[in-house]
Design a protein around this ligand. Structure first.
Ligand code: PGA
Length: 260
């Protein structure tokens, strides 16, 4: 059984001091740690150190970053590397988010290099893919997802692929309050798993987690997790409030109780 993964992508929100206050409160409000659900917070780089300190060494909440560069060190002004994130206690890194692709011109070849660098340093990449509204409307969703996966994952061994999580994030659902329906998400997840199976093998595809992201809220998380195709969620807006993130975490634990 795949462990459910709930990731809060804070984007460019919260100063380090705001982050400390937030995480202190969040820690008290989360459900008891569960072997079936993993929780991750991905604050901005500037808050990683202070969030790590508040969480402490044996916290069930893991730390993630929102991006990184593929080189280890050198003359790359403004960039942050995998060893730097690892040293700060990060376990996950979100790569290829649509905001990075759209606002910062990231393309599949650089995303692929970042995934490779993350895996080399034992960071777990969360590869984001998803179609625009125009692409959905003209019926090319499957084609777009297939192309993004093939370009970002070409050349990886099956073993490397098992370290990668894919997040299906339809661009039209991000920050719009208009989530994909469970049926739309399940259909996209099936396509993604089929492509993963043909890129690696059905057994590898079966081990890989596919998250849904795009206007996930305490109201729709339960429905999304009724499908065993949806292995968790990447959450933006709703992770910025203790109440809603804690409610989503509780719903995830209830959706996948131990032994089911
Ligand atoms: P949202 O963002 O939950 O605010 O739609 C999701 C994301 O960008 O990962």
């Amino acid at each position: 059984m795949r462990t459910v993964l709930i990731v809060g992508n804070w984007k460019m929100n919260k100063t380090a001091s705001e982050a400390v206050a937030f995480v202190r409160e969040l820690k008290d409000r989360l459900p008891a740690p569960s072997s079936t659900v993993e929780l991750v917070v991905a604050p901005p780089f500037t808050a990683l150190e202070s969030v790590r300190t508040v969480l402490g060494p044996s916290s069930p909440i893991q730390l993630g970053a929102q991006n990184m560069f593929w080189e280890e060190s050198g003359a790359y002004t403004g960039e942050v590397s995998a060893p730097m994130l690892k040293d700060l206690g990060c376990r996950y890194v979100i790569l290829g988010h649509s905001e990075r692709r759209t606002l910062f011109a990231e393309q599949s070849n650089s995303i692929q290099k970042k995934i490779r660098a993350a895996l080399r340093h034992e960071l777990r990449p969360i590869l984001c893919i998803g179609e625009s509204l125009a692409q959905r409307d003209n019926g090319s969703t499957d084609e777009v997802l297939t192309q993004q996966l093939r370009e970002s994952l070409s050349g990886f061994t099956g073993e490397a692929m098992t370290g990668i999580t894919v997040a299906y994030e339809p661009i039209w659902a991000i920050g719009t309050g208009k989530s994909a329906t469970t049926e739309q998400a399940v259909a996209a997840h099936r396509t993604i798993r089929r492509v993963l199976a043909s890129t690696a093998s059905p057994a590898i595809a079966d081990c890989m987690r596919i998250l849904y992201g795009g206007s996930v809220t305490p109201q729709n998380i339960e429905s999304l997790l009724t499908s065993d195709q949806i292995d968790g969620a990447l959450i933006g807006g709703a992770c910025l409030h203790v109440d809603s993130f804690a409610t989503i975490a509780k719903a995830a634990s209830a959706a996948r109780p131990i032994g089911v």
